[in-house]
Design a protein around this ligand. Structure first.
Ligand SMILES: C[S@@+](CC[C@H](N)C(=O)[O-])C[C@H]1O[C@@H](n2cnc3c(N)ncnc32)[C@H](O)[C@@H]1O
Length: 282
């Protein structure tokens, strides 16, 4: 089963958006990255594989955490994001990025102690195949840790999506009981994803939800440049193709709704809800 559609998305507008807004996204998702890193058994010398490494921010943090003697390999399918990640890692011998979809492409490297993914694991059409192939790249006792967005408790995407749906019609959702399609919400359901991990042969499988803070000192301007266009609203825009004037109108309404999350210092402070997963390769 191919991931062609997902690759096209991340080599198109989504990849360009994430590359352009990398510093803002790093700030907004900073607490999510720190929380995920805290769940990893990081120590000097550890060998780490990151899936969906994007612009490389999490990989860079991991490379610092496993120095000296450690190594990080980031895998992604997006040319613009890989280009940016490689430029940011230039001169480092302990950090590399490769174009690879673990579900469908061969990967020679193995013997990893840790596999991590920061909102980067939910883009596979056959997640059990992808997770099984990842398990084979881990040492016995190696851990896999990743997170994804929960379906509820995320005003940063439910609020823009709600405004856009009022103008453009609803974002089609998969019928209940069907496998969620690859995308930002595909790994929202803890029961479903822990089941995938068990099917893929992992032990000590855990999954849980946590509320994190999404913050940006730049306030509404910074938020509107980024979060109004990432997440499920980007899928709706791709499907409905609104014109520039309609998008501008929608953006105005989104900005107004987001003003509820401006703090006393003019920054943004809003809750986000994520599902976290951890499992061990036997
Ligand atoms: C939401 S972004 C997260 C990027 C990065 N981890 C971060 O937190 O900034 C998802 C990333 O997964 C990558 N991706 C999507 N499908 C993939 C696949 N099948 N294999 C590897 N990476 C994929 C995208 O190109 C993108 O960089």
């Amino acid at each position: 089963m191919s991931n062609r559609a997902t690759h096209d998305v991340w080599n198109g507008q989504s990849g360009a958006d994430w590359a352009e807004h990398q510093p803002d996204l790093d700030l907004l998702l900073g607490q999510s990255m720190r929380r995920l890193a805290a769940l990893l058994p990081l120590a000097p010398g550890r060998q780490v594989l990151e899936i969906g490494s994007g612009a490389g921010s999490f990989s860079l943090a991991l490379a610092h955490a496993v120095a000296p003697g450690g190594r990080v390999l980031g895998l992604d399918v997006s040319e613009p994001l890989l280009r940016l990640a490689r430029a940011r890692a230039e001169g480092r011998g302990d950090l590399a990025f490769a174009k690879c979809d673990i579900q469908t492409d061969a990967l020679d490297a193995a013997g990893f102690d840790i596999c991590a993914a920061h909102v980067g694991m939910m883009f596979f059409s056959d997640p059990v195949v992808a997770l099984t192939r990842l398990r084979r790249r881990l040492t016995s006792g190696g851990v896999i840790v990743f997170n994804g967005w929960a379906a509820r408790g995320n005003p940063w995407f439910s609020l823009p999506l709600g405004v856009a749906e009022r103008h453009l019609g609803p974002l089609p959702s998969p019928p209940l009981g069907e496998t969620p399609p690859p995308g930002p919400l595909a790994f929202a359901d803890v029961t479903y994803v822990t089941g995938l991990l068990r099917q893929a042969g992992y032990r000590q499988v855990e999954g849980w939800q946590e509320t994190i803070a999404i913050r940006h000192p730049g306030g509404l301007d910074a938020l509107m440049q980024t979060l109004a266009y990432v997440g499920p609203i980007s899928t709706l825009y791709r499907l409905k193709q609104p014109g520039a004037a309609q998008k501008a109108h929608i953006a105005g309404e989104i900005r107004e709704a987001f003003s509820a999350f401006v703090d006393a210092g003019g920054g943004i402070d809003m809750p986000g809800t994520m599902a976290f997963y951890r499992a061990v390769a036997p």
